[in-house]
Design a protein around this ligand. Structure first.
Ligand code: T6T
Length: 343
């Protein structure tokens, strides 16, 4: 990473994408239009009564995760400002069997709108189809599902691009040689799968870096900690690690600290929750690819409101990311991306 910090726009594959280069002090910011994609009528019954008093529920991936707390706080504020009846819940762990009953119970309460981060690309599709066909307008936030008929709108970071940015940053920190490991949540998660894809494709540009087979920690920091330690033992030339999300990032940081290897093995991690920010400050993590979960939550509420009002709905909305290093973390244009633990 140089002194340049990149705020990345999302949805590169979308047409009508605009990009703007903005210099903010020493920080080179690359940002883009937040909303893109083709419009849609919103489906369902549309405008009756507008957005006020509409019952909207949010189901997040993991309730205690600062990424989702930040998203929930922003969605709640936006929904309240629009006079909606808003409520939020989330799974206790990243697990289909935990999220499905939550979804089924929200469906039984027949909300007008649902914001959801499905924890799997396929397993929840039947439940989502059911709630959608009963008239609830569904917005997919952060994660998505493979079935493109689900959701009137999908709002997320460009996760593949984030993976590519992490790869380039890590390659530089590793002097373009050595082994690198990717540790992530579990296969079948749209966001983290896209990050791994971007990372591994970009790393192929560095012939002297060997990408080891990806490991999955089930979103458990203790598992990530032991996985990084066993990788270190098996690959003494380990020079870098890419953490697919928050819990993996904090787990790798703990594992490296316990092994006395902090700073020696360079780490790029997705997200910017408080423990990751502390680890960046301490030098255990070197790069954080922070997302903008508040924008995801806010924009999802806005898209649902548009659907309730019979207005144009954006099928895809991309939100920004920023690459954070120890060198730029105190810049307010960067630190505003740190996630919250409470509203
Ligand atoms: O990285 C975020 C989110 O984007 C991903 O889908 C799951 O993990 C996080 O919530 C962070 O823990």
């Amino acid at each position: 990473m140089t002194k340049e910090d990149t705020v990345m726009s999302s949805m590169p594959s979308m047409r009508n994408r605009r990009r703007v280069l903005v210099a903010v002090g020493a920080v080179l910011v690359l940002t883009g239009a937040a909303a893109c994609g083709s419009s849609d009528s919103g489906g369902g019954s549309g405008s009756a009564g507008g957005a006020a008093h509409k019952k909207v529920r949010l189901i997040t991936g993991v309730k205690s995760d600062p990424f989702y707390i930040t998203m929930t706080c922003a969605a709640q504020a936006e929904a309240r400002a629009k006079g909606m009846d808003f409520g939020a819940d989330g799974s206790a762990q990243w697990d289909v069997s935990v999220q499905r009953p939550l979804l089924d119970s929200v469906a039984a309460s027949r909300p007008d709108g649902l914001l959801i981060s499905p924890v799997d690309t396929n397993a929840l599709t039947p439940s989502l189809k059911q709630i959608q066909s009963s008239g609830t307008k569904v917005a997919l936030v952060d994660t998505t599902v493979t079935d493109s008929s689900i959701g009137i709108t999908r709002i997320s970071s460009d996760n593949e691009k984030g993976g590519r940015v992490a790869a380039d940053a890590l390659a530089k920190l590793m002097n373009e040689k050595g082994s690198v490991i990717v540790i992530s949540v579990k296969p079948g998660v749209s966001t983290t799968d896209a990050r791994i894809k971007g990372f591994t494709e970009e790393m192929a540009k560095y012939p002297d870096i060997k990408v080891l087979p990806t490991l999955y920690d089930n979103d458990l920091p203790a598992t990530a900690a032991s996985q990084i330690q066993s990788t270190l033992a098996a690959h003494p030339d380990l020079g870098g690690a890419f953490a697919g999300n928050t819990n993996t990032g904090t787990g790798i940081a703990t594992g490296l600290k316990q092994a006395g290897k902090q700073g020696k093995v360079k780490v790029a991690a997705f997200d910017a929750e408080p423990d990751e920010v502390e680890a960046l400050k301490a030098g255990t993590l070197q790069v954080l690819v922070a997302q903008d979960p508040a924008a995801i939550g806010r924009q999802a509420v806005d898209q649902l409101a548009a659907a309730f009002e019979g207005k144009k709905v954006e099928k895809s909305v991309g939100t920004n990311m920023v690459a954070i290093t120890k060198a730029n973390m105190n810049d307010p244009a960067v630190s505003k991306y740190f996630y919250k633990s409470s509203c």
